[in-house]
Ligand binder design. Structure first.
Ligand SMILES: [Zn+2]
Length: 590
């Protein structure tokens, strides 16, 4: 242990009670009184989560004598000034019962944690190297547990972990420490190499995954992405940490790993034929998080350099870091040969449909959606479809529009691929943050185009993107398909045998008649409404019919006359011309 390093120790002290014991030892504490804090949020997930709320107890000591700790705010503690120059150790018990990619989870089957949930930051010493002693739970039951993480074993130190073992690991700074989540347990493990870089896939939870198929597909996608940005890859190794559950979906990116949550049915099984939609979407998730290894973990918006872990970090650029990543996640599957053109057209049409069905797109720009992610996109409610545009979905379409514009105007000489590689060279490899205008400036510099209006409309405006016109020179037709039934302008959800209005769309028939989100529909034209029967009722009605709806608002029965609207043409289809255009070949391949 070097004199300046911060030494952490984490132990699953009581798996049944979901309690970790975590200590942090500072060799040279601040003489005025060392302060410690837990982050308020985890980078990549833009919501204040106040991880310190799971601290059950905390104490400090130096030379075996207790030191007073004063809580300064919701996530900061200050130790009394020490009269000695002894190391200061703070130990806490942390409750971990959040099976998501963003938190910490512990029971007798496995443990998963992000450093943001468990490791205190010694304020003022963030750049010190860290050593972490990862310990197994006590008891024979746990003797087969091992460790999956992209943290490097602290080789050369006494007690260094072996790969996948317990013991000492190291991180170059606090920022690195909290960017390497850790899985412990009896996970399945497979490894592969992509462009010479070792990759681990660790799957926890009950599953019957065909690891061979999975690693073969991932290898193609990873190699395509490494070559896209250029070898060598920026990480020495990479780990996919997968938790398989009955029903779940999510991912969080890190500099040399990703934490993924999926349904066990999304994983490939032995003997599986073709590419089912569920597995295709899991591969899309893996591809998405992997692309972040470059775009957001290294090419970062200026507001994230460095992260402020105490509060919201505002940026208008999440459309670029999530949207461009969403554009390339499926494109990487296509270009690496994992999916076919028809799959890609289907996936992209789905994104177009999703954006088109949210009235919020006419109200909020991509820049605004990015900036307000903390209070709007990440905190959805019944009115979100009316108020918010997704910087993922519309951001992906903005990336598509930019790519098509650059390719068409330059006859495929310049594309978004080139912009990404310049971003990588100028920002990703230097550590400088990307400013608000940098992407536009790079695209203009490479193409010689003036893109002021494009960015004003696409990123800062709310008009629909002219995708039909942009796709046409590439031999791809965008068509709108009409729904089969007349519209009430609602989105419903079911609770038991009740049909509840989840969202009432702005200016739609239901809203005009006075229905509101949360209303429980009980009868349509005097007939009882059940979740199973509602669509059948509706299918027999014509546009311009007026229907009588009975609904409970709280416990009050209310009656509404609703005049149905014509079926909306709101389902996008993308069709590729049979004759391959040269432009399309340069863009999507064959
Ligand atoms: Zn993402």
């Amino acid at each position: 242990m070097t004199d300046t390093s911060i030494h952490y120790r984490i132990r699953p002290a009581n798996p049944a009670a979901h309690r970790f014991e975590v200590s942090c030892t500072v060799m040279k504490p601040d003489p005025a009184g060392q302060r410690f804090a837990l982050p308020a949020w985890i980078p990549g997930s833009y919501l204040i989560r106040e991880f310190a709320r799971n601290v059950l107890s905390i104490r400090a000591e130096a030379g075996r004598k207790p030191v007073r700790l004063e809580k300064v705010d919701k996530h900061t503690w200050q130790a009394s000034a020490l009269k000695t120059d002894l190391p200061l150790t703070v130990t806490c018990e942390i409750y971990a019962w959040d099976l998501s990619v963003r938190g910490a989870h512990l029971d007798a089957t496995h443990a998963f944690f992000n450093g943001t949930s468990v490791f205190l930051r010694a304020i003022g010493q963030e750049s010190s190297p860290c050593l972490v002693d990862i310990q197994p739970p006590d008891g024979k039951t746990f003797k087969n547990w091992r460790v999956a993480t992209a943290l490097e074993p602290a080789s050369g130190e006494i007690g260094s972990a072996k790969r996948h073992g317990f013991g000492l690991y190291r991180a170059e700074s606090y920022d690195a420490l909290i960017d390497h989540p850790v899985e412990m347990g009896t996970f399945s493990l497979a490894t592969f190499e992509a462009c010479g870089v070792p990759h681990d896939v660790a799957i926890t939870g009950r599953h019957d995954c065909d690891m061979k198929r999975l690693t073969a597909d991932l290898k193609r996608v990873c190699e395509w992405q490494i070559r896209f940005f250029g070898e060598p890859a920026p990480m020495r190794r990479y780990v996919f940490l997968v938790t398989a559950v009955g029903d779940g979906y999510g991912g969080l990116e890190h500099r040399a790993s990703t934490a993924l949550l999926c349904s066990r049915n999304d994983l490939p099984y032995r003997g599986m034929k073709g590419l089912p939609e569920s597995y295709r979407s899991f591969l899309g998730l893996c591809s998405h998080e992997y692309f972040h290894t470059w775009n957001v973990k290294r090419i970062k918006p200026a507001a994230f350099v460095p992260y402020n872990l105490d509060r919201e970090n505002y940026t208008t650029q999440l459309w670029a870091f999530e949207g461009i990543t969403s554009y390339y996640d499926d494109l990487a599957l296509l270009r690496s040969g994992v999916i076919e053109l028809k799959d890609w057209l289907e996936l992209t049409a789905k994104t177009i449909t999703n954006v088109h069905r949210s009235p919020g797109r006419l109200r909020q720009s991509l820049a605004e959606s990015s900036f307000d992610a903390w209070s709007k996109f990440y905190r959805p409610d019944e009115n979100t479809p009316n108020a918010v545009v997704s910087y993922y979905a519309k951001g992906a379409l903005a990336a598509l529009a930019l790519d098509l514009t650059l390719r068409k105007e330059s006859r495929n000489k310049i594309s978004l691929d080139d912009v990404m590689r310049v971003l990588w060279a100028r920002f990703g490899q230097t550590g400088n943050g990307v400013g608000d205008d940098d992407i536009r400036l790079i695209a203009e510099e490479l193409s010689g185009l003036n893109l002021g209006r494009f960015f004003a409309n696409t990123i800062h405006g709310t008009r629909d993107l002219p995708l039909k016109r942009l796709l046409s020179p590439f031999g791809v037709r965008l068509e709108w398909e009409r729904a089969k039934t007349a519209s009430l302008g609602i989105k419903t959800g079911t609770e038991g045998n009740e049909l509840k209005l989840a969202t009432v769309y702005d200016d739609g028939p239901a809203q005009q008649a006075g229905l509101a989100a949360g209303d429980v529909l009980v009868a349509l034209n005097g007939l009882r409404v059940t979740p199973a029967a509602f669509d059948k009722h509706l299918a027999r009605l014509n546009p311009d019919d007026t229907v009588e709806l009975h609904a409970f608002r709280r416990d009050e029965l209310m009656q509404f006359s609703v005049r149905l609207a014509p079926p909306p043409a709101d389902t996008a289809r993308l069709l590729a011309d049979t004759a391959t255009s040269i432009l399309r070949k340069g863009w999507l391949g064959h």
